[in-house]
Write a protein that binds this ligand. Structure first.
Ligand code: TNX
Length: 529
């Protein structure tokens, strides 16, 4: 009986692909087929259709929209993602002979409600078609497709097994326009290769912004030509927490990162934190203090003790130079100017500073973005405020939203990836509490803050501060699996929110991280496959 069923399965599989592929030495492993409903973040609609499974084979080709270089880039990336494990050549072509099994990536004629980032993915026996209005949607669709293949698809070496995708249709588009992650390069520098590796992982969950915290008390991490000592001194030896995180991005390295991220449809958001969190800048340039005396370098994790000199014109020359150079380097729309924990700046000085500095960001063509304290300033009306408060009431932010300020939700007790999972977590901090996976998942960005209308919410972001982190393995341990929880809050419809469903899908995702050596936290809240 069992043997009969197996024979029948093989026969069906053989009939589904052209004769040449049947000879492929692929049928050794069991034919696990990933359900269409297992994707993270959960798609808007997933309709399985029995009997329409597609099997990738050695003759499969990837066909991309003729004339579109961006679609071609998405096709090339998909091929590079699928070649190592399958061992198939997967050529990327503008046209494909009808007889060959084909993965088509096509632009245009897609449903309007898909917007710029949505896609429709159809799977039947002859091929897979992803259709989108824009290349970003094709990219999102290919990330979904990767999750629909067996987890061994992420193996860096060839695995002999059938590569079958369940038949049916997925229609998908994001809930929020802004879905972010943040890395803190100031407390410990992270190298361009580490940042790129993080971009690879977060873009799989349709995160579309990476915020880089480039300056703080312990270090300055971006080259600024008009103030060169910021990087050479502020990013020099002995900088970072415990003096153990030196380094900075040259302009060339920063531009290269922007290009790399753009290919993954991730926009870089640079942050220079001010008027507080500026000790490293003041060590490099003592004229940025009110008494002109350089403070000692700081390698501890205190916050709230430094301030730019609000009454000094040197301050505004410095700020404008930095904003001008950073704006010129950055194609994305946002420039983050920090503004948090300015405890060494008086309230009046804080308002004076923001009245001058928020308009400077607009002067250089960018939308100003800052931590939620900027909502205190009337000049923040056209800005974006990043909500890191742990309270669910904040009348200042609600009033700013009424003036037009948009809000990105990063409540520290939900979305901060540097908080420990539990008291035993070896890395991380706990000032905002312990954040297990369910705590990170079970909240709604649109209703989290009392009286803050959903229309004010631009999206969500998961910041990862680096006081306790050193290398990529540390980043991975804190980000995964909580980053996918925040990504789902940003992408999936509120109506799909369901802990049991998310937990099951996450459990199924674990082997994907295992197979390419991601150091994720095996939360006891999840039954890992
Ligand atoms: C608060 S949240 C900070 C950072 C720290 C972080 C550590 C915010 C805007 N400021 O300076 O690195 O806590 O969790």
């Amino acid at each position: 009986m069992a043997r009969l069923a197996v024979t029948r399965t093989l026969l069906v599989a053989a009939l589904a692909v052209p004769a040449a592929t049947v000879a492929a030495p692929a049928a050794a492993a069991p034919a696990t087929i990933v359900p269409l409903t297992s994707v993270i973040p959960a798609p808007v609609e997933a309709h399985p259709i029995a009997g329409r499974d597609f099997r990738l084979g050695p003759l499969t080709v990837i066909r991309t929209q003729p004339g579109s270089a961006a679609a071609r880039t998405v096709g090339d990336q998909l091929a590079r993602a699928l070649r190592p494990a399958t061992g198939y050549p997967l050529p990327v072509l503008p046209v494909a002979p009808r007889v060959l099994p084909t993965i088509s990536l096509l632009l245009g004629a897609a449903d309007a409600r898909l917007g710029d980032e949505g896609y429709r993915l159809g799977v039947d026996r002859t091929g897979i078609t992803i259709r989108a209005n824009q290349p970003a949607g094709l990219f999102a669709g290919t990330q979904t497709l990767r999750q629909l293949l067996p987890h061994e698809i992420d193996s860096p070496t060839t695995v002999r097994r059938p590569w079958t995708v369940a038949g049916g249709v997925i229609v998908d588009h994001p809930r929020f326009a802004y879905r972010g992650a943040m890395l803190d390069l100031a407390r410990h520098f992270h190298t361009p290769d580490e940042i790129k590796a993080y971009v690879d992982e977060i873009s799989r969950f349709k995160i579309n912004h990476l915020h880089l915290h480039l300056a703080d008390d312990q270090g300055w991490r971006i080259q600024i030509d008009s103030w060169p000592r910021l990087a050479t001194v502020g990013g020099g030896p002995g900088t970072g927490v415990d003096g153990a995180g030196p380094g900075y991005l040259t302009k060339a390295a920063y531009r290269d990162l922007i290009r790399y991220a753009a290919t993954r449809h991730v926009t870089i958001v640079p942050e220079i934190d001010m008027p507080g969190h500026v000790n490293a800048a003041q060590v490099a340039y003592p004229e940025l203090t009110c008494d002109g005396v350089a403070p000692p370098p700081r390698t501890d994790t205190e916050v709230g003790y430094s301030s730019l000199c609000i009454g000094s014109e040197t301050t505004y020359r410095f700020v404008e130079d930095v904003i001008r150079e950073l704006a010129a380097l950055t194609p994305g729309p946002y420039l983050h100017i920090g503004g948090d924990e300015a405890h060494a700046t008086t309230d009046a000085d804080y308002l004076t500073f923001q009245r001058r500095v928020l308009p400077l960001v607009a002067k250089y063509g960018k939308t100003a973005y800052g931590w939620n304290e900027i909502a205190k300033s009337p000049a923040s009306a056209n800005a974006v405020a990043q909500y890191w408060d742990t309270a669910t009431t904040n009348p200042t932010v609600v009033a700013a939203a009424a003036r037009g300020t948009k809000v990105v939700m990063s409540p520290a007790n939900r979305a901060y990836l540097d908080m420990k999972y539990n008291p035993g977590t070896p890395l991380g901090l706990s000032w905002a509490g312990y954040i297990e996976v369910r705590t990170a998942y079970d909240w709604d960005p649109a209703t989290h803050v009392k009286n803050l209308p959903a229309s004010a919410i631009l999206g969500v972001e998961a910041p990862l501060w680096s006081e306790t982190l050193r290398d990529l393995a540390d980043i991975e341990f804190m980000a995964f699996p909580r980053l996918p929880a925040i990504a789902e809050l940003g992408w999936s419809p509120a109506s799909s929110h369901n802990w049991a469903s998310f937990a099951a899908r996450l459990g199924g995702y674990g082997p994907r991280w295992d197979v390419h050596d991601i150091n994720f936290y095996r939360s006891p809240q999840i039954s890992w496959d």
